[in-house]
Design a protein around this ligand. Structure first.
Ligand SMILES: [Cu+2]
Length: 278
């Protein structure tokens, strides 16, 4: 069977390309039996739920037509699933992720192989935790390349960069959820929006690692693979003195649209070419 075998474990992961001689191990493979990783943002540190200790989580690289088998090992203390956002899963909803809807949650200490079937999707999608608000920190991009021999319907980019929009609460996310479910009101606002888990230089305590920076070479074309992983907010994105060309959204190519900025809804993905203004 053609496809890619991916192992996605809390803190420990092994990513293996199926078939032939291609076999590669990603991540350090260390066995750490904790579910949470410690991250410092906005001058404070807390433990957050992650995949493999990464925030954002690892990017899955697939091709149109691939089938991926993702081995999820829940080493946390709560039930858990992962959802493959925007993937159609034709005739196979059984490992699509929403707990108690299409599958049972993975219980603490247990493993489950989630089968992810890529048919016509192409471009950028994402995966995220689908239990309570786990998706606030458990998420990552899915990049779906054209089939071998197929080309992009736009100039081949020189580089492709995941840009994941997220947000950060100084408080424990579980407490935020419990509070608003109890009150019936809106959830408490997050303390910062982030790009690739960095809140940027608007915050007084930001230091260099708190800002996402992308070094670019003049005249080159960059494909930004954007995911809006914030919980509930429409986000606006632009780059000073540049235009963006939208070439895809939600796992499909689109008619190309040039704009100085874009609006992206929560859960939406977008493929954007960055072109310098001449
Ligand atoms: Cu989703």
């Amino acid at each position: 069977m053609s496809g890619i075998l991916v192992s996605m474990a809390w803190q420990k992961a092994l990513m293996v390309k199926d078939g032939k001689s291609k076999s590669m191990e990603m991540f350090d493979g260390e066995s750490r039996q904790v579910k949470e990783a410690s991250y410092t943002r906005l001058c404070s540190t807390k433990d957050i739920l992650t995949v493999n200790g990464l925030f954002p989580g690892p990017t899955l690289h697939l091709r149109q037509g691939d089938t991926a088998f993702v081995h999820v090992h829940n080493k946390g203390k709560e039930n858990f699933t992962i959802h493959w956002h925007g993937i159609l899963q034709p005739m196979y909803p059984w490992s699509d992720g929403p707990e108690f809807i299409t599958q049972c949650p993975i219980m603490p200490g247990n493993s489950f192989i989630q089968k992810v079937i890529i048919t016509e999707e192409i471009g950028t999608l994402w995966w995220h935790g689908h239990s309570d608000w786990s998706r606030a920190t458990v998420h990552g991009a899915i990049i779906i390349y054209p089939k071998r021999g197929d080309r992009y319907p736009f100039p081949k980019p020189d580089a492709e960069i995941p840009i994941i929009l997220g947000e950060w609460w100084k408080r424990n996310i579980t407490d935020v959820v419990e509070e608003f479910l109890h009150s019936g009101g809106d959830p408490a606002r997050s303390d910062a929006f982030m790009i690739n888990s960095h809140p940027g230089d608007f915050n007084s305590c930001s230091v260099i690692p708190d800002t996402f920076k992308l070094n670019v070479t003049s005249g080159r074309t960059y494909l930004l693979r954007m995911v809006n992983a914030v919980m509930n907010n429409l986000m606006f994105f632009g780059i000073a003195n540049h235009t963006l060309t939208v070439v895809g959204t939600d796992g499909s190519y689109t008619k190309q649209l040039k704009s100085g900025y874009i609006a992206i809804a929560p859960g939406q993905t977008m493929d954007l070419l960055r072109t310098p203004l001449l």
